[in-house]
Design a binder for this molecule. Sequence first.
Ligand SMILES: [Zn+2]
Length: 424
Amino acid sequence: MGRIFFRGVNLIDGEHKPQPNSTVVVQGQRIKAVGKNGDMPKPNARDVVYDLSGKSLMPGMVQCHYHVAYANVGDMNDIDMKYPPTYLTLIAAKNAELLLSCGYTGAAGAGSMHNIDVTLKKAINSGMIPGPRFLACGRDVVTTGDSVDCHPNFWKMGMDGLARVCDGPDDFRKAVREEIKMGVDIIKLYPTGGHGLMWDEDTMTMSQDEIDSATTAAHERGRKIRGHIISKKGILAALQAGMDVIDHGDRMDDECIEGMLEQETFVVPSLYFPWKVVEEKRRTGSSDWGGVDSMERNLEHSYEVLPKANKAGVKLVIGDDFGIASMPHGEYACELEAYVKGAGIPANEVLRWATKNGAELLGMGDELGTIEPGKIADLLIVKGNPTKDITILQDKKNLHAIMKDGEFYRNELTPSRARLQRAA
Ligand SMILES: [Zn+2]
């Protein structure tokens, strides 16, 4: 089998400092060799060689909070009442390809209606449609009168789309088992309000025994569990239960960081939206968003605590509610800029969140997320150096090649001319 040589690249391996003038060799599905240009195997006539000075090679990114079927959501009804499941599934298929085309070779669902994540994952894995590797999530598992259980009773709705409403530990256990039966890999809970939901961030919308029971039920069957959590109280409750992923995680402090480190909890800070709104307010002096002042307070707190959490080694990952009206699908890579320019995290470390940490959240840390021999070849070839300018990743035209499983999804590279002539 011929090999693919990427020579002369700036190597961003997902872990270390960038290494200029490197070579990466791919054979079949996997990375065969990584090193300096001088001490690498020599290509033969069957190999394809790309000489890529001025470009960077990095692992494919992982979107760790993904609502693939959200379509221009302006209010709760838009999520699962506006379009029939069949139409939403088509939207999801388009978004899955869009995500891949933006350089994301992996994704973890954070709540999907009509079991769309599971269907989509099957279609992607069978080769029917292009898309990222998928950790499939199901319905929002919520308590009565919380979150997506927001419709008046006289509407007589079961809300089969997005909501699984339950109360009490037994009911949560059953709901989690139902979701797993439907094929999901990760369960989504709503332990607190806040972040645009009907209850405020200080309100616990699940009791500790409910969180514990759901978490145990997921772990008993080898599945992960994540939660929408916007307060310190909520973070500590999630840590006590042993949840795997804390979504949003506003108001974390040293005590939370300690618990997260101990349990290797993943945290999705999702700063893109507040960063975007607050930056605009600072630029223009005003904002249309009602809660902009409290958003700004939480954002400032995150700017202070995230560098600390990052230094301490908390498993931070990227992802946000793309698909809501103010944050359309396709803007995915803009999120990285918020951490670099807002929170002051070095770009190379934000790229580690997007690659190595993301692969670990998928449960594939041994197989993906860094560029090293033996790993699966999910990788990007990018014009320029995103560790110097993170915004490079926002323009798809700068993604000259996207490879998943050792196969090009996109390849705009030209093989080395000298090699072609010699091979002919
Ligand atoms: Zn979400």
